[in-house]
Design a protein around this ligand. Sequence first.
Ligand SMILES: *[C@@H]1O[C@H](CO)[C@@H](O)[C@H](O)[C@H]1NC(C)=O
Ligand SMILES: *[C@@H]1O[C@H](CO)[C@@H](O)[C@H](O)[C@H]1NC(C)=O
Ligand SMILES: *[C@@H]1O[C@H](CO)[C@@H](O)[C@H](O)[C@H]1NC(C)=O
Ligand SMILES: *[C@@H]1O[C@H](CO)[C@@H](O)[C@H](O)[C@H]1NC(C)=O
Ligand SMILES: *[C@@H]1O[C@H](CO)[C@@H](O)[C@H](O)[C@H]1NC(C)=O
Ligand SMILES: *[C@@H]1O[C@H](CO)[C@@H](O)[C@H](O)[C@H]1NC(C)=O
Length: 450
Amino acid sequence: MLKNTLTYFVLLFNLIQCLLTEINGVSPIPAFKPTLRHLHAATVIDDKLYILSGMDDTIGGIVGGTQFFYLNVSAPFNTQMPLYWHDLTSKNIVPPQIGVTAVKGGADNNTLILYGGRNLTNIESKALVYAYDTQGNSWNIPTISGENHIKRRSLTAVVDYQGKVYLFGGKLLEFDSFVNDMITLDTINFRWGKGSSTNAPSSRVNYGATLLPNQNIIYIGGGNSLNESLPLDEVFIYDTNNNNWSTKKTSGLIPSNRYGLTAVLGLDGEQVIVYGGLGNKNIIINPEESLYTLNINTFEWSIPKITGNIPSCRYMHRANVIGNYMVATFGVGYNITEGDILLLDISDKNEFKWTTTFYPPPPTSAPAPAPAPPSTPSKNKSVVIGLATGFSLLCAFTVGMFFLYKRNKNRKVKVNTLHIPNGKLDNQSGQKTVETTNKVDNHDEEVKQV
Ligand SMILES: *[C@@H]1O[C@H](CO)[C@@H](O)[C@H](O)[C@H]1NC(C)=O
Ligand SMILES: *[C@@H]1O[C@H](CO)[C@@H](O)[C@H](O)[C@H]1NC(C)=O
Ligand SMILES: *[C@@H]1O[C@H](CO)[C@@H](O)[C@H](O)[C@H]1NC(C)=O
Ligand SMILES: *[C@@H]1O[C@H](CO)[C@@H](O)[C@H](O)[C@H]1NC(C)=O
Ligand SMILES: *[C@@H]1O[C@H](CO)[C@@H](O)[C@H](O)[C@H]1NC(C)=O
Ligand SMILES: *[C@@H]1O[C@H](CO)[C@@H](O)[C@H](O)[C@H]1NC(C)=O
């Protein structure tokens, strides 16, 4: 009898998974669930958004510290639904670290280059760089020629079109001091180099930075050793062709001081989109003041016209431009109901839109017709919600029946046998309730930027 019940249960579970898979654009119930995290790495390589490292401050530090996973961004997804993360954790060799930074590099532009960070366990990794070959699916610690340096953390790596990474500032792993020099890494020949520090901005961590079309890098905001957020009334430009710094005074609607923010280049190549961050004395930034654009010709700040539901202002997140969207991942300061991923549709530079549905860009190899959208988002969503609700009800019903059955008929059954399917369900609902919010107040030193 028990065996029958178990079989019934497993069949039902599989059936619902299959049903969910059938709906276009909706992933099956994900087997892998990432923990919350901030100051992690998030890099897009060949239609995959790879995520690893960082710290989960809600459940105590290193939980999920070795998780390594990706999201297939050539398929549509909805941020309000469980996301189908592909789990690569078993391949990961990077120890739990916070304050890492990563770029896409290597000779074929398909290697994930992870730099820096601070250990979250007593295994301190002195390796400066870990490289993940996305074709061979393997990690290694590359041998790098040139002058070594002390590992840094809480900086933002920017890669140029020649596969050279620029590593500015951050905090030294040893001595705990803030720095403002520029280190470079050629990810094709694996060689360290040094950029210029003349006229460099003051020492800082957790600033926003991005490459501009003219191969200059723009550096915005950040935090300093006095626990202060730095002003955005000036921004700093590193010219990678001539290796020199310049400072630009900004005008317009200048955002308040902030650190733990992100900067990405808009699709028109003429504006930088700055999102999130934490204010001076760790003041939470008003959601209405979480998103700004900076015109890179006039250095004038604006608050763009935005539709959609404005999310709470997260910080220590990461942001990438994927297709028509700025995709922000994880971070601190958000209600889990907003989802771990935020999508800002930036396709219309005159009107951005916070949205929950991602439609992939047409494949680059075949410029032919774009894939037909799965169905209208609202219809799709309601089907999905209906099914998800149905699923939950069925599961609840099944578990209920199962317990009744167990209590009334079969007190001799072994506990561990009983709990196999039941445990699975508990985990799924349990994970949801554990992750109520990503707490803003926390004692992690990185959040207080020391
Ligand atoms: C990603 O999604 C696309 C479109 O659904 C699919 O063709 C492709 O096989 C998927 N890739 C992986 C690695 O899952
Ligand atoms: C990091 O590693 C060092 C050296 O092993 C150790 O002293 C320190 O306590 C570790 N940090 C954490 C957070 O475990
Ligand atoms: C790597 O890809 C970027 C676009 O993501 C491109 O601009 C750059 O030229 C590529 N670099 C190499 C070395 O192929
Ligand atoms: C910065 O904040 C940390 C943690 O709150 C504190 O220990 C440290 O003394 C502060 N440093 C300064 C210079 O205020
Ligand atoms: C950077 O170097 C180039 C070439 O030497 C020069 O034209 C430019 O004025 C320099 N910029 C600054 C800010 O010094
Ligand atoms: C999260 O958002 C939901 C829906 O707006 C709200 O009911 C809930 O109270 C929020 N939770 C927290 C901890 O703010």
